[in-house]
Unconditional design. Structure first.
Lengths: 101, 304
């Protein structure tokens, strides 16, 4: 298969370097230096982004979010995996490893 | 040895000494301080060694950018301080000047860490506004309309933005000319025949600017112009990352900036401007232009 792999629950992910972030109108704004392309993160996305400042397993990330937000596990896991896959496609995160098991 | 003729100009906040005469530029103070930019005629290579980036008409190697414009000439822009021009023997001097003050100047500003925004800037006594948008969307025509209303015109193509130590994003005056298509000149109720052609082949005319300004002005708003086949005039203020995206997308010769690996500094500048200025998306009908109505709307929005 070509292209970036989909992010799954046992994937360990981390923010990439070569990204600049700042606050603008209460939104986190990121720029990918290679493409001069911008991304805006809303508050939930910001929280996820901050949680992957260091490598983290997606399942652990979801545990954390379920503890913080009124969200059901199934939909949380589905949305987080979709969101992280999108970030991965844009080259904004790195997949560190697929955790065993 | 013959001393080369040096014309002195002031533009984009730079003292310029040039062997190439550029009548559209404002004359500088003669013999005053050393020039920030030297423009001379000379031999320019066809290729740069160790080019890290290239497009169809340019190559970048470190602090050097080579521009190769067929039937016009080659330009070597170096270290933010020098432009060497080797005109094509068959080239038209108006075209040589056009690319000198356009793409070559844009590259030079990028090298200096000055952000060239592609658009027209006008100003009241206190603040400047900038019009950006695709070719033909009406940037220059609107600037012409504001000029007729007594506003100053700072630039009609490259708006040189700096943030400096104060952190305030300012736009520097370029030169006192507006470049208008023939139909735009007639929209402003002026006669194309009375103005100078800017380009050898295009029906573009240079329109002198009476109200100019010599110093930089803080930017209060940026209007990004779009045309539409339906609906009337519509102003939509942008928020958050959409503001920064709109500003960066309208960077003059954006591939130069990424090719020079200058994204980091640019990000700071783009955010400074996005934080300070309103960024407004403007849609107007393709036909009729509704020039007076649009100028009224923007004038009220910016200078109320």
């Amino acid at each position: 298969m070509n292209g970036p792999a989909a992010v799954k629950l046992n994937t360990i992910v981390v923010q990439t370097k070569n990204l600049l972030t700042s606050d603008l109108d209460g939104e986190t704004v990121m720029m990918n230096l290679n493409k001069a392309a911008y991304y805006g993160l809303d508050s939930t996305a910001q929280r996820i982004w901050n949680l992957i400042a260091s490598p983290r397993r997606v399942a652990d990330l979801c545990d954390q979010l379920i503890a913080e937000y009124a969200v059901e596990r199934a939909s949380c896991e589905q949305e987080v995996c979709a969101f992280l896959s999108e970030l991965n496609q844009e080259g904004l995160i790195q997949i560190v490893a697929e955790a065993g098991g | 040895m013959r001393e080369a003729v040096r014309y002195q100009y002031d533009a984009f906040g730079l003292h310029i000494a040039s062997e190439i005469e550029c009548p559209q530029l404002r004359a500088g103070e003669p013999g005053n301080s050393s020039p920030d930019l030297v423009i001379c005629r000379g031999t320019v290579p066809h290729e740069l060694e160790h080019a890290q980036e290239q497009g169809s008409i340019y190559q970048i190697s470190g602090e050097h950018l080579l521009l190769n414009i067929e039937r016009v000439g080659r330009y070597l822009v170096s270290e933010g301080r020098a432009i060497t021009v080797e005109p094509d023997p068959a080239g038209d001097e108006r075209d040589v000047r056009l690319f000198l003050l356009g793409s070559a100047m844009g590259a030079l500003l990028h090298q200096r860490g000055v952000w060239p925004l592609h658009g027209s800037a006008v100003a009241s006594e206190r603040k400047a506004i900038i019009f950006v948008g695709a070719s033909g969307c009406g940037k220059s025509t609107l600037a012409g309309a504001f000029h007729q209303r007594g506003f100053r015109v700072l630039s009609d193509d490259i708006c040189a933005i700096t943030t400096g130590e104060s952190g305030i994003a300012q736009v520097w005056p370029a030169y006192p000319r507006l470049s208008l298509w023939a139909d735009a000149v007639s929209k402003l109720r002026s006669d194309p025949g009375s103005h100078q052609r800017a380009h050898s082949e295009q029906e573009k005319y240079e329109f002198p600017v009476q109200h100019f300004t010599s110093g930089p002005m803080a930017v209060a708003a940026v209007y990004s112009l779009y045309t539409s086949d339906q609906g009337g005039l519509c102003l939509t203020p942008l928020k958050g990352f959409a503001k920064a995206q709109e500003l960066t997308a309208n960077t003059y010769r954006l591939p130069f900036l990424t090719g020079m690996r200058r994204g980091q500094q640019h990000f700071q500048q783009a955010l400074a401007l996005a934080q300070q200025a309103r960024v407004v998306s403007v849609t107007r009908p393709r036909q009729p232009f509704l020039l007076d109505e649009l100028a009224d709307l923007i004038e009220r929005d910016a200078f109320r």
